[in-house]
Structure formats: structure tokens, C-alpha cells
Write a protein that binds this ligand. Sequence first.
Ligand code: MGD
Ligand code: MGD
Ligand code: SF4
Ligand code: MO
Length: 751
Amino acid sequence: MNVALPQYEAARTSLAAQARQWLHQTNGALSDELTLQPARFSLGLTPAHLQPDAVTTAVCGFCSTGCGLHIHLHQGEAINISPATIYPVNLGAACPKGWEALSVLTASDRAVTPLARNHRGRLVPVDWDAALRTFCERFQKIQQQHGPESVAFLSTGQIATEEMALLGSLAKFGMGMLHGDGNTRQCMATSVVAYKQSFGFDAPPYTYADLEESDVIVLVGSNLCIAHPILWQRIVRNRHRPEILVVDPRRTETAMAATQHLALRPKSDMVLFYGIAYWLVEQGHINSEYIQEHTSGFEEFRAHLAEYPLSRVVKETGLDEAAIQHAAQTIASGKRVSFWWTMGVNQSYQGVRTAQCLINLALMTGNLGRPGTGANSITGQCNAMGSRLFSNTTNLLGGHDFTNAAHRKKIAKILDINEARIPDQNSWAYPEIIEGILRGKIKGLWVIATNPAHSWINQQGVRDILSRLDFLVVQDMYHSTETAQIADLVLPAAGWGEKEGTFINSERRIGLLKKVSKAPGQALSDFSIFRLVAQYWGCGEMFSRWTSPEAVFHLLKKCSRGQPCDITGIRDYRMLDESGGIQWPFPEGVTEDRPERRLFEDGRFLHPDGRAKFLFEAPRDMPEPPNARYPLLLITGRGTAAQWHTQTRTDKSEVLRTMYPRQVYVEINPQDAKQAGVKPNQPVVVESARGRIKATAFVTATAPPGQVFMPMHYEETNKLTHAHFDPYSRQPSYKDSAVNIRPLADGDVDL
Ligand SMILES: Nc1nc2c(c(=O)[nH]1)N[C@H]1C(S)=C(S)[C@@H](COP(=O)(O)OP(=O)(O)OC[C@H]3O[C@@H](n4cnc5c(=O)[nH]c(N)nc54)[C@H](O)[C@@H]3O)O[C@H]1N2
Ligand SMILES: Nc1nc2c(c(=O)[nH]1)N[C@H]1C(S)=C(S)[C@@H](COP(=O)(O)OP(=O)(O)OC[C@H]3O[C@@H](n4cnc5c(=O)[nH]c(N)nc54)[C@H](O)[C@@H]3O)O[C@H]1N2
Ligand code: SF4
Ligand SMILES: [Mo]
């Protein structure tokens, strides 16, 4: 920038003053009107001796269930949490993480000032003005040398929708980036693509009440009991004595509670579901009227199914013929059958087609759009669903398409920006961004509320790759995360409870989060950080209307107009607060919200012809099957209800820490343990073609012979995983890597 010195100094002084002002706003008093508003749901239930402002309600900031939590306040500051009693999601229940949401805020490793790496390679505290200047100077220099696309961002499903929208707009429209993706790629990308292809829009159709209305519940690759415990409670409330089929290679907590457990061979789901579909066709258990009226492609699908006779299914899944037939019969005889899936489906090299197997089963049996039915993907993070629609990563704001000129025009008009600022191409997906760094195309990276150095597949690779960047910025609540530790600049962020905005949960319910606690030190809400970046970057003008999360919410409402996710009917935050959240769609003109709404009740889907598509494909071979050198298949996933992902938060609660093993462990079947000479609780070495780690052996029959399980919560796990992806969704296949296990030996001194 060629600004004359006095002017430049003046500009700097005013920016620094602005930084100070926002710091004050974010960390100052909690006198926000909304925060102190008593939750309507608490009113009748709050004991009289409590002040009316002593309790407020906010949605939980961990998983996508989106429970309502009562936050107990003393002089405006949160002091305790209990589950909201009549919030439509959780009905008075919460899991340990929700109960402990406040205690993770006060950890000693909270980032309390910006940190910059000095010439000696150490991260040292700097003030916001210096941090923001470094941020802009370094990224702008990279862009000048290598083009605007050489800087990218990786974001998250764990900040407010308004924050995601501001980040995505700032990065792409303001800072000229083309590439930005979220950790939702690791998680929900498969469901997004499956729904888009099958239904014409990314539209999970269900409402949680369906869990209580079904008479048959099929859970595929989902360990609901620990990953979504409150949704499991909704099943427990089901009065129809439902059949619960769990399809999971492992004997999980959820499988143990099922009425039928189909412990199929990993990644043989497609064969199983095509086989069941074939059986349903052969036995005449399909809903021909529904197929005729509301779908396309069934005849081709039927022809494809002929290749999946029961004999093949038995051979490839390893299941008994009787068990498969019983499952098929159960689905056939159910009046209200719902199909639910999570990461056992999504995190697969053939995830999209596997998810579509479940969509196909729902369509061919007419189990969609009615209570207790649906092809239902359960989301993971508190706001993965917000990210799917409003993060400006894979979609243009509001579920629009970057490559569609009319869409760009519409959004440019609403935001009052020059249409040319909106990229006309899609961003690279997360794995392409990582690869882009490797190829020298991406030189600068801004990482917000995600911890790739722990969570990305084949972590060894990713750490090496991140270290090749010219400039890495990490914006996080904690300075101690694996990724923050290798950053050049760390920006301290306020967390859940320290800021406001909205989250969208798995059943499309938009809920409110509130500022009930002060952020520590100089930590700022992500929203304030993005606004400051805009000012320092020189594009503050473009975001002059993005003054507060609620102001942004109104902009996003406008972006949603006419889309399947239209929310123009939501008046304001207060309306969300008073209604216990509102499910999309909620277009203007709707006066009264029904407490539970499902999609496709009229059988009209979102493709131009109004029909849902049958999509299918031959299954592919596992890219890295167990072999002589690495004879066991490593499955990874959630370990306990008390652990959250890379443990930056849940590791900070003393209560939660009592609920899980502190050190990394591997579950191994007694048969395999015997073969490998491994005793219970013995230290072992787990090795794959990527790396070698030390773990404790948990010898247990929950791991089937030939398979071992490691939770993702320990940093070691992703040193072993093999980076391979679904071709349509680019989602990593985290649950099928070949490993070997042996007792720890004297020679393993380096571990
Ligand atoms: N406590 C806790 N809860 C969480 C989270 C957390 O970290 N901790 N994270 C949240 C997030 S972001 C997500 S995405 C969800 C994930 O929730 P889930 O998907 O339920 O959790 P996972 O353990 O990753 O995987 C589920 C199951 O898939 C099975 N599986 C593996 N391979 C196959 C296969 O080939 N076929 C089938 N049918 N099943 C297979 C595994 O054995 C595992 O039991 O949980 C959310 N909830
Ligand atoms: N092997 C294996 N690996 C996996 C999986 C698996 O099943 N197996 N699952 C994958 C899945 S489904 C997921 S979703 C990912 C999750 O992977 P990550 O996103 O890397 O995991 P988190 O620990 O949730 O990271 C979130 C980060 O955001 C920070 N944070 C929290 N709140 C805020 C906030 O308000 N603002 C800011 N700026 N920061 C905040 C936290 O401190 C934390 O560092 O892991 C994936 N990795
Ligand atoms: S189930 Fe999910 S949303 Fe509910 S309290 Fe637990 S972590 Fe929070
Ligand atoms: Mo996830």
C-alpha cells in the first residue's frame, strides 16, 4: 500500500482504536437485553424464589442434536447449566458434555492474547493491532506474489451461522480468495451430495419426533448411544415398541441395545442394502404407487438389483441368510420405517452411493414424508447444518450455486456488492486444498475452529504439508491445539457461551446461542475478529451493514428467500428464543409454526421434475484391505459420550475426564489378541503403512475378529489412517485402514 505516512498513521490509529472498542464490546458487560430475557420455557417452571432473570435458555455448542440448555445466571453471568425442560429437542435431558459446557471455558490454556511467532521461532503475545497488521501484510504479500487464490481458509461446523457467513463472504468477496472449505468435509459432505443428487437439494427430511413415531428404526453406521445420546433417549420414549436394527460391524453400545444387530463386514453395506431391496422387489413389498408418482429411475434400479441375490449378500457381508431375511421382512412389515445414518456411512470411499442405498429403500417402500419415516442423515457438529447452507464454502449463501449467474446476481443485490466480487467457480474441497499446499499453489492458510493437525486423515502427512505454508493462521479458543502449536499467528477466540448467534441442528431447527459469560483476556468473538480483519484488510465498507450477528441473520434471511431453506418468516432472534427454535423452511406468510415439521409431505422433491431419483452403482473394493503385513482392519470413531473430537474442550472438564481413559487405547478381539500374543491392558504397538504408535490393548469381543477400533479423540489415531476419499463428496474414509498389532518391545524406545 502506498499511503503517505501521516495518513497511514492516522488510519492505523483509528483501526487500533476500533480494535480496542470491539474488544470492549465483546468482553464488556453482559447487559445484552436478549441474554437476560428469561426463556419462555422456563417461566412456568422456575421456582418463585429465583429472579426472573436468573435463568435463560441457549442451545448447546457440542453436537448437532442441539439441546436446549438452561443457563443459570448470577448477576448476569453464567454460573451453572441444566437441561431445558420443555425445549422440543431434549425435553429435559442433556448428556455430560452439555452439563459441563461452562467448565471448559475457564481452562488455563485459553488463548487470551494474539500470539505471533518471533524470529526465534517461538509464539509470543502481541496486541490485536500488531496481529491484524501482520495478518493482512503477510496474506496480502502472498496474494501479490502468487495470485489471490494462493490464500485459502479452512473453517468449521462449530461457530455461529452468522460468523460462518461473514467469514465466507469476507474471504471470498472481500479478500479475493477462491478456496475455502470446512471440517464438515470430514463429516457431512457425503450426506450433502447424496441428498442433492437424490432429492435435488441438501434437505434432511425428518424431525426428531420421527424417532418416537417409527415402528421400525434402522440405524446404519451410527453409534447413537454415545454420539447422540439424547436422540437415543428419544428412541427410548417411543411407545410403539419399535424394532431397532443396527447395522454396524462392531458390537457398539447402540448395537447392544438393538433388537437386531447386523454385524456386517466393513464396507459391505451396499451389497446388503441392494440385497434387501432385491428381496423387497421379489416378494412384492414395494410401494408401486409412490414410486410411480414421486420418483424416477426405478426400472434401471430394479435391473441393477438382479445382481444381488441373497447368496451373494451372504457371501460378501458375512451375515446369516436368516438374519438378512429377518431384517428385510421387518422393513417390509413396518408401517412407519425410518432409516438413519451417520459416519459409518459418510466416512467411506463409497459413502454417497451407500447413503443413497438408504434413500432408495425409503423411496421404494414409500417411507418418506410421513410421521416416523424418512431417509435421515444425522449431522455431527452443533452447526454443521448452518455450514451446509450459509458458510459460502461449497454453496453460495442460502444454498445457492456459485456457478449460476442468476444466483450470483441475486446475492450481490441483497448484499449490495459488485457481482464481479462473487467467484463464478466452486472452491477446492478440503483434500484439494491440502494437496494444493503440497503442490505450492496454496501458500497461506487461515484455520478457524478446527484442528486439522489432529483430525485430518493421515496426520503425519498433513503436519508436514502445513509446515510448508508461508503463513498459517489459527483462530481458536485454545493456544494449545496441535494446529495452533505450528501456526505463525494465533488469534484468540471467544467460545460458546461467550457470544451470540444461531446454530442449525440435525432436524433443521434454528436455535439461539447467547452470551452468558465473558471471554477471557483479549479473546474476541469470531464475529468481531472477522469484522476487524475486514477493516484492516481495507474492505470494511463492503461489510458496513454486517454490524451484529442479528443484522447478519436478517441478511441471510433475504438470501434464503425462495429457496427450499427459506426462513424469511422468522421475525428476529426473539422469535427464535420464544419458540424453542424454528425448523427451516419457514417462509414469510407462515403465521403459526407447528412444533415438528418434516419435508416432502406432499411427495414433491426438489429436482425440476419434482421427483426423487434412484441412484446406484456397483460397489468397489476396499482400497487398503488387511494383508499379510497389516492383517487387521482399523475402524476409528467416537469413544465415549464425554469426549469431543480432538479433546481441546472436553479434556478441560474435571468431571468429563473421569469418564474416559486418558491414554490412547485399541480395542481388539480376544482371538486376535491371542494370535498376536497380546494380553489385556498390555502396551502394544499399532502400525500401519503410515506410522507406528503406542497404545493400551483393550481385549474385548465388541471388536469383531479381524477388526480393531481406536477412538479419534487421541492425537495418535490419525497417524495411522490411510488418506482415501469418496469420489463424489471428497469425504475422507476414516474407517478402513490396514494395521498390525504387536506387544511393545524393548526396542520400541522411540514410542
Ligand atoms: N460424544 C461424542 N459425540 C459426538 C461427537 C464426539 O466427538 N463425541 N462428534 C459428533 C460428530 S461431529 C459426529 S460426525 C457424530 C458421529 O457419530 P457416529 O457416526 O455415530 O460415530 P462414529 O463412532 O464415528 O461412527 C459410527 C459407527 O460407524 C461404524 N462403522 C465403521 N465402518 C462401518 C461400515 O463399513 N458400515 C457400517 N454400517 N458401519 C460402520 C463404527 O463401527 C461406528 O460404531 O458424532 C457427534 N457426536
Ligand atoms: N480418525 C478419525 N478422524 C476423524 C473422525 C473419525 O471418525 N475418525 N471424524 C471426523 C469428523 S466427523 C469431524 S467433525 C472432525 C472434527 O475435527 P476438528 O474440527 O479438528 O475437531 P474439534 O476438536 O472439534 O476442533 C474444533 C476446534 O475449534 C475450537 N473451537 C471451539 N469453539 C470455537 C469457537 O467458537 N471459535 C473458534 N475460533 N474456535 C473454537 C476448538 O478449541 C477446537 O480446536 O474430525 C474428523 N476426524
Ligand atoms: S446431546 Fe449433544 S446437544 Fe445435547 S447436551 Fe449432549 S452434546 Fe449437547
Ligand atoms: Mo463430524
